[in-house]
Design a protein around this ligand. Sequence first.
Ligand code: FES
Ligand SMILES: [Fe+2]
Length: 369
Amino acid sequence: MVAVVKVAKAATPTETNDIKPAADRYARGWHCLGLAADYRDGKPHSMNMFGTRVVVFQGQDGALHALNAWCPHMGADLGLGRIEGNTVVCRFHEWGFGTDGGCKHIPYAKHIPPKARVKAWPTLEENKLLFVWHDAEGGAPDPGLAVPRLPQVFSDQWSEWSMLHWKIDNNCRELVDNLADLAHFGPVHGSSSVAYFANIFEGPKATQVMVGTNERLGGARNHLTTVATYFGPACLLCSMSGEADGMPIESILFVSHVPINQTSFDLRYGVLVKKIPGLSEEQNQAVIKNYVDLAVKAFSEDVEIWHNKVRVDMPLLCDGDGPIYQLRQWYGQFYKDVDDVPVELGKRRVIEIDHGIGTKPPLQHVFGL
Ligand code: FES
Ligand SMILES: [Fe+2]
């Protein structure tokens, strides 16, 4: 299922002393463009991202490729063109560009200008999703920033991805803040109490562990435990145990974003649900649909806020707030040159807020990774 949901009202950021210019670069890491299957329809797809436009196409080799979309000849969008073999052919004058970004063919010229080339972006297919690699320094993908493989995606005991897509008018850092934002669970998500909250920062991973109650996703007993980990700057996996229709439900949520520019980003939200043994496929599909609807509704509560807030560099915090500044310090590493990332960020740091849970949950990243 793919749905595009638009939020009606967009924020108009106002200038205040708290708002500094947004970062002048984009984060280093893998960024998800949604379901890989959506790009396998024989057409080039162009999208705005990282302050430019990128075209994605499936070559004859079967792989998905991403190139800068603005044609270096006279500027047309290669996404308007067509795919021929392993090239995408510009609609304007039919220059053809290969998977490495080089121009391979000009129908009316004897010589191809050496500068006839566009940037080729590293791509990756994992968990049936497509990713592009961004690095302001132009470095190759860092294995330490890999997105883990989820066996659940390939198991018939689990649902297929339900994937939703929003465009948010804000800098993407405001979304990532959510990982450390303890105080929003009550007002936004209806969590009547959070017994335990912790953040673990460790190299390129940042995790939130939360044990509490939630009337919307926790079911009759209201009990909800979540563990969520960012793997790099833009891919969050969350393991959640809750209830729907009176039955315990295990699910995996995937929250990912791609900056369009410094004031907007594409937000994608994927849900996987474990089927309940003993139920028919039809019954399971009904439970899954019900649960996904609830999960999307809960997530939409955040979406409306992100879409209607300003970027604030120095939030005014109080006791009871989560470690927003530590989270931002962790997130800042992806905006620095690799050689400038502070060594201390590689060390494991745990920040706990314990409201009397008794037995603590394991302090580990999602799926123990
Ligand atoms: S603008 Fe693309 S071929 Fe001319
Ligand atoms: Fe939230």
